[in-house]
Design a protein around this ligand. Structure first.
Ligand code: COI
Length: 355
């Protein structure tokens, strides 16, 4: 176990030596936690803005049992990745989008949030401090997890008197245990991920554990994950537990419109732009579950997930299968996204940030 630390703790030399790479097996990385050496932390009271944070050794944090996050779930998280290019250099992908999304989420959850500059700087510092944990090119990336929590003590339901912004990191490879194999999704009609007027549109920590039961049920039946329906009509697709969803029919890509129940994914947004660039029509709209039956392709997008092809969807006992093949639209889109990230395709929108 790691010792708790306070902000007064000074940075210590890395525990994993000081070679170019941490001493781990870089082959076959999945999405298990391999905590990188350092994390960023800063605190502020509810009366002020975040001022200055610092990089510290990764370790446990002390929290009051009455912290807002523990009692009332006042917390948000983000996910972004740092990666290496073959020719060298460390890069981030659109960290400003994560910073903006955290600010929007903080407004929804009545929390203080770091400024966009502060957020990006903290992500950069965390990536650089942990550079030895960034996998070799082609082996994965460093998943960076910014976390904003109501850390101050509170009893009655109210915003926390203190907030903590933390950034930690872990090297990762494929999110799903299937690796890059097509996913088998189960459409859930009892549990919902989000409801109208709720917090499904922001990255609140409260959106995630309510899906665990549905996920477990689906995984026990051999499915990869769950596709949720809207809670009002129970007939329109919304999201998968950890990612957005797209369907492809002919030249048209459709994805559920972000009406407050859908997370505004950074990969979702990027894939829509890339699809338009290469001549696809993109529709953000209500997508009835019945359209899955006639879709040419279905795929998921997310920072953790990347772009994941769906091989089958089971709804109401009926399984619809989708063909795999080298010419799939989702493969084309993903290789363009990776091409932009790796500098092989022109980054005309300045999405990539060298650090
Ligand atoms: C991400 O894609 O970064 C997420 O936050 C999803 C999470 C459930 C791993």
């Amino acid at each position: 176990t790691q010792a708790a630390f306070s902000l007064k703790d000074a940075c210590e030399p890395s525990i994993n030596g000081d070679g170019e790479y941490a001493d781990i097996d870089w082959n076959g990385l999945g999405f298990g936690l391999l905590p990188a050496d350092y994390m960023f932390i800063m605190k502020c009271s509810n009366e002020e803005n975040f001022q200055e944070g610092q990089i510290c050794r990764y370790g446990t944090i002390e929290l009051s049992p009455s912290a807002g996050v523990l009692n009332y779930g006042q917390g948000l998280f983000e996910g972004t990745k740092a990666y290496r290019r073959k020719e060298g250099g460390i890069y981030l992908f659109r960290p400003d989008e994560n910073a903006i999304r955290m600010q929007i989420g903080a407004e929804r959850m009545c929390m203080r949030s770091p400024s966009i500059e502060h957020f990006i700087d903290a992500v950069k510092q965390t990536a650089l401090a942990n550079r030895r944990w960034i996998p070799p090119p082609g082996k994965g990336s460093l998943y960076i997890r910014p976390l904003l929590i109501g850390s101050g003590p509170i009893l009655g339901l109210a915003p926390s008197p203190e907030y903590t912004f933390l950034v930690f990191a872990s090297p990762v490879g494929n999110y799903f245990k299937e690796g890059t194999a097509p996913l088998n999704l189960y459409v859930e009609d009892e549990f919902h991920r989000a409801s109208r007027g709720g917090a499904g549109g922001v990255k609140s920590i409260t959106n995630y554990s309510p899906v665990l039961k549905a996920m477990r049920r689906a995984k026990d039946k051999g499915f990869s994950d769950v596709l949720y329906l809207d809670s009002v009509n129970k007939k329109n697709i919304e999201e998968v537990s950890s990612c957005n969803i797209f369907i492809v029919k002919g030249n048209v890509l459709s994805t559920p419109a972000t009406n407050g129940t859908i997370l505004q994914g950074v990969t979702r947004k990027s894939i829509m732009d890339i699809a338009k660039d290469i001549g696809y029509q993109v529709e953000e709209r209500t997508v009835p579950v019945d359209e899955l039956i006639d879709a040419d392709e279905v795929f998921c997008t997310g920072t953790a997930v990347g772009v994941a092809m769906v091989g089958s969807i089971t709804y109401n006992g009926k399984r619809t299968e989708y063909k795999d093949g080298p010419d799939l639209v989702c493969k084309k889109l993903y290789s363009r996204l990776v091409g932009i990230q790796n500098g092989i395709i022109e980054d005309k929108r300045d999405w990539v940030v060298k650090i």
